[in-house]
Design a protein around this ligand. Structure first.
Ligand SMILES: [Fe+2]
Ligand SMILES: [Fe+2]
Length: 237
């Protein structure tokens, strides 16, 4: 039987993402690997992770989004409405907290200065990334989803695989910066003496990371595959 990749496993049941997160398994940017490979690479006990996954089956699956069954244009709309809107709302909000915490606590907690630096880089990167998706890739995916063979649009970028590869690389970069922030913040655990602003910053960063994982997962593991399949199915005239 064909072994699913970790990205496919999450696409089938999003609760799997929670287990992967617990074990530090990156299912969104690096979702093309099998669980056995990831465990071997990270020195994790495969049986242990499989046990945690089988625990999930004891509870009925909650009603969840079946993004795999959605049409690509609907999924692109959903990602924009839910995740892009969220990112745009949170970038200035988290920036304000991160700056304040760095200025007030940077002396005693120098990692907050680093977090502020990485956050600024991540925010700038994401702002331009969203625009590329919204202005270039997603409109083309919507066209593909609604095109008949005879009116298939000619893409301005050769094949959809080119922007897809570029977006995947940018996801990888953003994921790396987010991981660095997680490490610098000791997994988002504020020190004993942290004030409220400090605590709120870490809570917001953790929530932002979870949303980013889901967002990138929907794109890398579901939307992009649909776009490539659509393009392949269209015979150009
Ligand atoms: Fe996106
Ligand atoms: Fe993206």
């Amino acid at each position: 039987m064909h072994t699913p990749t970790i990205g496919q496993m999450v696409a089938q049941d999003y609760r799997v993402a929670g287990v992967f997160r617990r074990y530090g398994i990156d299912f969104c940017c690096r979702g093309g690997r099998t669980l056995a490979d990831v465990c071997a690479e990270k020195g994790l006990d495969l049986a242990d992770v499989e046990q945690a996954l089988s625990e999930l089956q004891k509870e009925p699956a909650p009603r969840q989004l079946n993004a795999q069954d959605w049409k690509a244009d609907f999924l692109a709309d959903y990602i924009e409405q839910r995740h892009h809107t969220y990112v745009r709302k949170m970038l200035p909000e988290i920036s304000a907290y991160a700056e304040k915490v760095a200025k007030v606590h940077g002396k005693h907690h120098p990692e907050t200065l680093e977090i502020w630096k990485y956050w600024q880089a991540l925010a700038a990167e994401l702002a331009s990334h969203l625009l590329k998706e919204e202005r270039m890739l997603f409109p083309y995916i919507r066209q593909l989803a609604n095109a008949s063979a005879s009116e298939a649009p000619a893409p301005p970028f050769g094949t959809v695989q080119n922007p897809v590869r570029m977006m995947e690389m940018e996801h990888e970069n953003a994921g790396e910066m987010m991981r660095t922030i997680r490490t610098l913040s000791h997994d988002f655990s504020p020190p004993q003496d942290a004030c409220m602003t400090y605590r709120v910053l870490y809570q917001l960063l953790e929530a932002f990371e979870a949303d980013l994982h889901e967002h990138v997962h929907l794109e890398n593991n579901i939307l992009f595959g649909k776009a490539i399949a659509l393009e392949d199915s269209i015979e150009r005239v």
